[in-house]
Design a protein around this ligand. Sequence first.
Ligand code: SAM
Ligand code: DTB
Ligand code: SF4
Length: 338
Amino acid sequence: MKPEAANMSLSLSAGIRHDWSLDEIQALFDLPFNDLLFQAHTVHRQWFDPNAVQMSTLLSVQTGGCPEDCAYCPQSIHHNVGLDVHSLMSLEEVAEKAAAAKMAGATRLCMGAAWRNPKGKGFAKVLDMVRAVKAMGLETCVTLGMLTAEQSQQLKEAGLDYYNHNLDTSETHYRQIITTRTYQDRLDTLKKVRDAGMRVCCGGIIGLGEDVSDRVAMLHTLVTMEKHPESVPVNQLVAVTGTPLAGVEPVDVIEFVRVIAVARILMPASVVRLSAGREDMSDEMQALCFFAGANSIFYGEKLLTTPNPDSSQDRQLFRRLGLRRSQSDYQAAPAEGS
Ligand code: SAM
Ligand code: DTB
Ligand code: SF4
């Protein structure tokens, strides 16, 4: 049997694995595109309704002025993007935006703050936001930077469903992208979120000038975690003028779809989100991503600070593809270990 074929039958029968080697993951990336897509779509059908897509709306509850130096991010004070800094949004405004997101069809609100880590009164206000949004019948997600164990526990007690904290790239490439905190800091926060009993939303960005081995390594870190993240956002870099990565070469469409497909095969029960960057993707590229196993999107006209496709455009795309909205991640598939 050819090595690709051996791989294919192995991963189709094995279900959820945490022991993937770097070589095995690289071998998936090396498959002919049709073989990779066939395998990913087969896994997708085994675990999910292939025509259902979960929709989350993003809300930047505190924008800009971040002390971290993430090279991709328009919200860092280290770059000259000309972004207006906004203080923390009021609870009333968050509730208004949450109601609008729910009305438009989102099932989750993901609230982001441009913080290295949450502190004091700001954190207490975010806990109130979580309680309020949850009470409106939406799933809740926040992304606030690094957490202590106590903060993780407080978020859990406030009813938070998901905490988003991305690896962004491989440990090796990370050093070229962020110098103000380490990869280990990220892993430590993810562990605290897990230990507090929350669902983990963790993925990365494609297009940071990384090579395929960095994508392999990032996915390897995700798949060898004790439990796979329930939600895996795959962002395409939104290259913002004024950030150090503004001029980086855009990712090849086929290479991007390969990342979605490999993520689907490696983490069959996880929801893979086609995240930032859809504004620069054709309908056909998105259709390929859905076929390869993406089953979540950010829905609504804005990501955190940059544009996202109009809701009407997404609804039209869903109609053309015969896709529909799924109610929630964890109704769509059995939880790992259950
Ligand atoms: N400050 C917190 C943190 O870094 O964890 C939360 C907010 S931060 C904006 C959340 C994530 O957004 C980042 O980890 C990164 O993956 C993603 N992101 C930020 N800027 C991006 C860009 N220009 N293109 C794609 N993804 C981006
Ligand atoms: C994720 O993986 N991507 C989202 C969310 N999680 C927080 C953020 C994308 C931000 C894109 C750039 C911007 O709009 O500022
Ligand atoms: Fe700050 Fe998060 Fe942007 Fe990094 S990604 S600069 S931590 S807001």
